[in-house]
Design a protein around this ligand. Structure first.
Ligand code: KIV
Length: 291
C-alpha cells in the first residue's frame, strides 16, 4: 500500500529531526479503508505536549490532541471545563513536536454545538493557530449538518459516537453504551449519519463489541475503536493510560509500560540522595580548571 505524505511547513523550522518534513494527509488516512476493507489498521494515540509527540510520532498515523487533557494534564473531573485556548496551546505544541503523523485536535464542549457557523469559526481557529490537519467533535445525527458544513469549507472532521465523554452530564457516567437494542441501533445510525456528512473517520468509544463491528461494516469511512472491537479499522488509546501513569483505567485499556512506578522510584532515589548530600555527585559538579 502506498502512503501519501505532504510537505509540512508548520514544523519545518521548529523540529529538531533531520528527517524529511513530510506528514501523512487526511485523504491518505481516509483511503486506508477501500470498499469496506482496511488492510493497514490506523494507529492513533493521544498527545498533549511537544516531547510526547516527538516520542510517539514515528509509530502513529494520527496524533489526537484529545480534550481528555482536562483530566490527564489539568486534573479536572471531566472534559466539560476544557477551553479552546487549552486546545490551541497543546495542539500547537504537538504539531511542533511531530512531522509524520497527521494531528487531530478535539473541539472542546461548548465550542461547536450551537450552530455550524459557531463550529466553523472555532475549528478554523484550531487549524490556523495550531497547524493541525483536522478537528474531532462528539455527537452523531445531531452533528451531521455541522460536519457537512465544515468539510465542505475545508475542515476535515473526525466524528465520535457511543460513549461521548462531553455528554457525561446527560449520560450520568462513563459506562459502556448500547446495551439496549434501541441504543445500539442509534449508535450505528449516528456513525452512518457522520459518514454520509463527510467525516473522514469516526471514533467509536465504549460500546459492546457487536455495535463496533456493525458500525464498521455499515460505514465507508474508517472507524477508530476505543473500548470497541479489534475489528475496527483503527484503534486509539490515551497515551498516559497505556503507559501506566494512572492506577485507575477503564477495563479496555492495556498497559504497555509502568511509568508511574518508574517516576516514583526516580523521585524517591533523588530525594534520598539530596537528603544524604550525595547529589550532585562529582560527575554533575563543575570543578575549577587546574592551572
Ligand atoms: O479526548 C480524548 O482523548 C478522546 C479519545 C479518548 C478518543 O476523545
Amino acid at each position: 500500500m502506498s502512503t501519501t505524505f505532504q510537505l509540512d511547513t508548520a514544523t519545518s523550522r521548529a523540529h529538531p529531526t533531520p528527517a524529511p518534513m513530510k506528514r501523512l494527509t487526511i485523504p491518505a488516512i481516509r483511503a486506508r479503508k477501500d470498499d469496506g476493507v482496511t488492510t493497514e489498521p490506523i494507529v492513533m494515540l493521544t498527545a498533549y505536549t511537544a516531547r510526547q509527540a516527538q516520542l510517539l510520532d514515528a509509530h502513529c498515523d494520527l496524533l489526537l490532541v484529545g480534550d481528555s487533557l482536562g483530566q490527564v494534564i489539568y486534573g479536572l473531573s471531566s472534559s466539560v471545563p476544557v477551553t479552546l485556548e487549552m486546545m490551541i496551546n497543546h495542539g500547537a505544541a504537538v504539531v511542533r513536536g511531530s512531522y509524520h503523523a497527521a494531528v487531530v485536535v478535539d473541539m472542546p464542549f461548548g465550542t461547536y454545538e450551537q450552530s455550524p457557523e459557531q463550529a466553523f469559526a472555532n475549528a478554523a481557529r484550531l487549524l490556523k493557530e495550531t497547524g493541525c490537519a483536522a478537528v474531532k467533535l462528539e455527537g452523531g445525527e445531531a452533528m451531521a449538518e455541522t460536519v457537512a458544513f465544515l468539510t465542505q469549507r475545508g475542515i476535515p472532521v473526525m466524528g465520535h459516537v457511543g460513549l461521548t465523554p462531553q455528554a457525561v452530564n446527560v449520560l450520568g457516567g462513563y459506562n459502556a453504551r448500547g446495551r439496549s437494542d434501541a441504543e445500539a441501533q442509534k449508535i450505528v445510525d449516528d456513525a452512518k449519519a457522520l459518514d454520509a456528512a463527510g467525516a473522514f473517520a469516526v471514533v467509536i468509544e465504549g460500546v459492546v463489541e457487536p455495535i463496533a463491528i456493525a458500525a464498521t461494516k455499515a460505514i465507508a469511512c474508517p472507524t477508530i475503536g476505543i473500548g470497541g472491537s479489534a475489528q475496527c479499522d483503527g484503534q486509539v488509546l490515551v497515551t498516559e493510560d497505556m503507559c501506566g501513569l494512572f492506577e485507575r483505567v477503564p477495563r479496555f485499556v492495556k498497559r504497555y509500560a509502568n511509568l508511574a512506578e518508574e517516576i516514583e522510584t526516580a523521585a524517591a532515589t533523588y530525594a534520598s540522595e539530596v537528603r544524604a548530600r550525595s547529589f550532585p555527585g562529582p560527575e554533575q559538579t563543575y570543578q575549577p580548571r587546574k592551572g
